[in-house]
Design a protein around this ligand. Structure first.
Ligand SMILES: [Cu+2]
Length: 196
């Protein structure tokens, strides 16, 4: 004699329909699985954000991109690395087709570093691999990201937002050095990395 199937959905029913209680139970079962997956994904996003110090840029600051080179914070003489009175470091950069100005900046290891960027033409992207630095650079706005480099080393800064035919060549460099080495450098060396 053949054993009847044990699964409720596989049992033969006289009129061929599935009982409502079984449908409801199955739907509730899948809803619990879906909610569980959503909760796991949210936990991963929140935890990785805290661990990696990742956050959406919250800095909404407007600037007139037509006069960047004439006046204000982003005039040429003010670009590059500056040491603030509290010992932190601010780096100011302009993204433009197809370069960052300056192309290389020197920053100290183990010190809070604030990058402030803007664009004078189209939308660019600013990314430092293996750090929490990743932002869009939109003309008319100042993008601000903060980080801290634990070790000396070189980081490349690719533009990661397609900005035109020369986009793939839009690279720059951040050179992380011990604090003492930065203190010895003059403003020109910090700004251009020309000697390296
Ligand atoms: Cu680009």
């Amino acid at each position: 004699m053949v054993e009847p199937p044990s699964g409720p959905l596989q049992r033969p029913l006289p009129d061929g329909t599935v009982p409502e209680t079984i449908v409801v139970r199955t739907e509730e079962h899948w809803i619990r699985i879906m909610v569980g997956m959503l909760v796991i994904m949210m936990v991963i996003i929140v935890l990785s954000s805290f661990v990696g110090a990742l956050h959406p840029s919250s800095n909404v600051e407007v600037i007139d991109s037509r006069t960047l080179h004439l006046k204000g914070e982003f005039v040429e003489s003010n670009l590059g690395t500056a040491v603030e009175p509290d010992g932190s470091v601010t780096v100011r950069l302009i993204a433009q087709q197809y370069d960052f100005v300056p192309r290389c900046v020197v920053v100290p290891a183990g010190t809070p570093v604030k990058f402030r960027l803007t664009s004078d033409d189209v939308i660019h992207g600013f990314l430092l691999p293996d750090t929490n630095v990743n932002t869009m650079v939109v003309p008319g706005f100042v993008a601000e990201v903060r980080t801290r480099f634990s070790e000396p080393g070189d980081y490349v800064m690719p533009c990661h937002e397609y900005c035109g035919l020369g986009h793939q060549a839009m690279w720059a460099r951040v050179k992380v050095v011990p604090w003492q080495e930065l203190a010895k450098q003059g403003r020109f060396e910090r700004t251009s990395c020309a000697a390296q």
